[in-house]
Design a protein around this ligand. Structure first.
Ligand code: ATP
Ligand code: MG
Length: 453
């Protein structure tokens, strides 16, 4: 509306200025034409015959251009009045005529109560450089203002129609657009009140559909996260309860049975000690995982060689390997330098190699191979142990997941080792790949970019 009003007032005012300017120029031209026609006989206009002759011409001309024409002699007395209101020798004084006698054409607009707006235009009549008279044209401007008023009324009506139409279409569009958004808001509110299984199906514009799809994917993800959280809490509680139950049973039986002989006493205490170690192990691993998942965790990058790190890890695990008479070999074709967090990669390799030993038969064989690639290095831990069932492979990186539950009870462990490995590799922006065949062995390869830092 504001734009329309501004535009209308601008158009109307410039139209008015233009039309009035046009009328003024038209009247000047007409006055000059009359002046030119009479110039030769001007001195004779006082003669009744000549005057009569010119009166007729001026009177016709006046009708033709729809303006009153008056001719004055050099003293300001009326010679001819097309409307015949003034007769010869009447003299009128007005600003425009005075100006014309000074040699300057002049024009003004007057507002008359009976005739409306009127334009006065006066020009001098010059002969041989002397001013011999003046011509005054008066013309009503009401036609201009009437046509302007009509135009304004029509434009105003058009503006009203436009505003009505815009209003109606906006209203419809707002309705169409806001109804899916209202639906979305309702769904979001239901989700906020705990109804996590809410999904939206929205028809409408593409943007709205994309928004509803994003909302649905967000809800699926939220569900997954929520389920993982529940699963995790359940797993932690379960894992912590197992050793605690054992401790409780062992300690209770020690308390109630008074005649226990010192040998059994000691054995029970050893078992309790082992279970406490296990609890400790779980809690330490959990805390380590929590540490790794901290968003602001910065890796402690150093540039060093893997050819010295790997044998150190193997050395640490020799006692474990010896228990089962397992041979662990290190193979490397060349010296590999890279930038990585030494402590974390140490932890990661130690978990992988410990698994290869633990899930192996006595007399088995483990190979740790260092492979140099163009931008990355890889370490492959290969064993000829018990292997992992194909259907269990996707889960081995899950927290607390332990394949082959029956056998695993003997080997001990928390099921957190590979989660830690995965977390460390992700922090190094690397990859981890597993291949395994049940009863034949497993090969796990980690690959890490060399120059990350
Ligand atoms: N080299 C391997 N051969 C066969 N099975 C393996 C091997 N590595 C891992 N697994 C299986 O994957 C499971 C998960 O391994 P992970 O290292 O996460 O836990 P864990 O060894 O049971 O406990 P932790 O490492 O915390 O002491 C293991 O319980 C085992 O069943
Ligand atoms: Mg392990």
């Amino acid at each position: 509306m504001l734009t329309l009003v501004l535009m209308l007032s601008f158009v109307m005012s410039s139209l008015e200025v233009n039309q009035i300017e046009d009328r003024k120029n038209f009247l000047y031209t007409q006055a000059n034409i009359i002046s030119n026609q009479m110039i030769t006989e001007f001195e004779n206009l006082s003669l009744p015959n000549t005057r009569e002759y010119y009166y007729n011409i001026v009177s016709d001309f006046s009708k033709e251009i729809n303006s009153r024409v008056m001719v004055f002699d050099r003293h300001g007395s009326v010679l001819i009045d097309a409307y015949k209101e003034y007769t010869e020798q009447d003299s009128i004084s007005n600003k425009e005529i005075d100006q014309a006698f000074k040699g300057e054409p002049a024009s003004s607009i007057y507002d008359s109560p009976s005739f409306g707006r009127i334009m006065y235009v006066a020009v001098p009549v010059e002969s041989d450089g002397a001013i011999v008279g003046a011509i005054l044209l008066t013309s009503s401007l009401e036609d201009i203002y009437t046509s302007q008023d009509t135009l304004l009324r029509n434009l105003f009506l058009l503006a009203l129609v436009c505003i009505g139409f815009t209003g109606a279409t906006s209203f419809i569009f707002v309705e169409i657009l806001s109804s899916p958004i209202e639906k979305l808001t309702e769904t979001v509110n239901r989700v906020a009140f705990g109804k996590h299984d809410e999904r939206i199906r929205l028809e409408g514009s593409d943007e709205i559909k994309v928004l509803s799809n994003s909302f649905n994917s967000m809800m699926v993800r939220l569900d997954q996260v929520d389920n993982q959280r529940k699963q995790f809490v359940a797993n932690v509680s379960h894992e912590l309860r197992t050793p605690l139950t054992s401790i409780k049973i062992l300690s209770s039986s020690l308390i109630t049975d008074e005649s226990t002989d010192p040998g059994i006493y000691k054995e029970f205490l050893k078992d309790i000690d082992m279970e406490v170690d296990r609890l400790n192990g779980i809690i330490n691993s959990l805390l380590y995982l929590v540490d790794l998942e901290k968003k602001e965790l910065e890796l402690n990058y150093t540039n060093s060689t893997l050819n010295s790190l790997i044998p150190k890890v193997i050395q640490m695990l020799v006692p474990l390997a010896n228990q089962k008479n397992i041979k662990v070999d290190f193979q490397a074709d060349e010296k590999v330098w890279a930038t990585f967090d030494r402590e974390k990669i140490h932890q990661c390799l130690s978990n992988l190699i410990a698994n290869a030993i633990k899930y192996n038969e006595p007399g088995g064989h483990v190979i740790v191979r260092l492979i140099n690639r163009r931008n990355t290095f890889a370490i492959r831990v290969i064993d000829d142990g018990i292997g992992i069932k194909e259907e269990e492979l996707p889960f081995i990186f899950d927290r607390f997941y332990r394949a082959d539950k029956a056998r695993n009870r003997k080997t001990g462990g928390t099921g957190l080792g590979l989660s830690i490995v995965q977390q460390i590799i992700q922090l190094h922006q690397g990859d981890i790949r597993v291949e395994s065949t049940i009863n034949q062995g497993t090969s796990i390869e980690i690959e890490i970019p060399k120059g990350l830092a």
